[in-house]
Design a protein. Structure first.
Lengths: 149, 257
């Protein structure tokens, strides 16, 4: 299998990961397994995942789910954890035109605002927590209902 | 003048509203993406909070300032006549600078060179007021900026800015205002990001703001380092963004969420 290793820079939050065959990052980013309950919090948090700005998700207590990305109902059935990890870490590996931010990447960005340079949007544990949460999304039946609202 | 309330009609876009002058072909003013209440507020000059800034602008027009002891009106007379249509063709290429000049920069050029007065600072009530006042004299006239001749290379730079990804979120203007026009991003309906309503009264700001303030906001939201008010980068971008809306009516001062 062809493997490319993510950039390793100095510092605690230095992104380090290995993309395998261009479609997956099978190795977790941390030793501690992801916590789906925390993951659900990070996807809502506007300063962290803020995933709801672009995706509809089965999170009924939050109003106004965005619609610039696909609904994530059932996404835990569609992909395994490694495939979801690549989509979190750097979706542009799969689609260079993607609108989705790379949540665990610091290289190749342009004019990053003072205070955010060299920092990833999420830390490694938050990425793992979100993957654990996404893996719980097995049901597609709610998606239509949400879109009809 | 502009239609006060758009009438219902079958129309190509997903709404059933006939947007009248606010929609020219595929080009749609931010007005057509705004809620009914916001539109009503813009249309009624007694409700439109920006009219306070227009009054401020009218005062400035008539009040002498600077070493030359002159007011705008001393050189330009009745603004309704002399300023009609001016805002529709700015930014322009200004030969003495060998670069672009927008309305705010023109006003400060007059203050410094014609009146020997201090330039107005961006986003002060004075600058917003006189800018809104000057632009308002073109209200309803179609935007018609030129990108021919020497303006062209600056248009190219603005276009490149518009299409370049930036910030920690790695997004270009196109991702939101071209690819996702009409889509929700959280609670906001993305518009085409047109410039024809500026300066605009934004409910979120609780004040009037310039187009460059909006550029800064859109940059900061994606965690990109903004450029300065009146910077060459933003003035070039202003030409590109304004040109995208050629044909739309000047709406200044608009009201937006």
């Amino acid at each position: 299998a062809a493997a490319t290793t993510g950039p390793a820079t100095a510092g605690d939050s230095a992104p380090e990961y290995t993309v395998v065959d261009g479609y997956t990052i099978p190795e977790p980013l941390t030793e501690t397994p992801g916590d789906p309950v925390m993951g659900r919090k990070w996807v809502i948090n506007r300063k962290l995942g803020n995933c709801l700005s672009c995706h509809q998700m089965p999170i009924p207590e939050e109003q106004f789910h965005g619609e610039t990305g696909p609904a994530l109902y059932g996404v835990g059935d569609l992909y395994d954890a490694g495939e979801l990890r690549l989509r979190m870490v750097d979706p542009k590996v799969l689609n260079p035109y993607s609108m989705m931010p790379a949540f665990y990447k610091t290289e190749g960005l342009h004019r990053v605002r003072t205070g955010f340079e060299g920092k990833t949007i999420l830390n490694a544990q938050q990425v793992e927590d979100i993957i654990a949460y996404l893996m719980t999304l097995k049901d597609t039946s709610g998606a239509r209902a949400a879109a009809d609202n | 003048m502009l239609a006060a309330t758009p009438a219902l009609a079958a129309d190509g876009d997903s709404t059933r509203i006939d947007w009248g002058p606010y929609k020219v072909g595929d080009v749609r003013s931010g007005y057509t993406f705004a809620g009914a209440q916001t539109r009503a507020m813009q249309d009624d000059e007694f409700q439109n909070p920006a009219f306070l800034w227009l009054e401020r602008g009218m005062d400035i027009w008539e009040t002498p300032a600077g070493q030359a002891g002159k007011a705008c009106t001393d050189c330009h007379g009745d603004a309704e006549e002399s300023m009609a249509g001016v805002a529709a063709r700015y930014p322009i290429y200004f030969e003495d600078w060998d670069k672009l000049m927008n309305i705010e920069q023109r006003i400060n050029w007059c203050r410094e060179n014609q009146m020997q007065a201090e330039p107005f600072k961006w986003e002060t009530d004075e600058m917003l007021g006189i800018t809104a006042f000057v632009k308002h004299q073109s209200k309803g006239m179609p935007v018609d900026v030129s990108i021919e001749g020497p303006a062209h290379e600056f248009w190219e730079k603005g276009k490149a800015f518009y299409e370049t990804r930036r910030g920690q979120l790695d997004l270009a203007c196109t991702h939101c205002h071209v690819d996702n026009e009409g889509n929700l991003i959280r609670a906001e309906t993305l518009s085409q990001g047109q410039a024809n309503g500026f300066p605009t009264y934004r409910l979120k700001w609780q004040t009037v703001g310039s187009l460059h303030r909006r550029f800064r906001g859109c940059n900061k939201n994606i965690r990109a380092e903004p450029y300065g008010y009146g910077s060459d980068e933003y003035t070039n971008l202003e030409l590109y963004v304004t040109w995208r809306g050629n044909g739309l009516p000047v709406e200044s001062p608009s009201v937006r969420k």
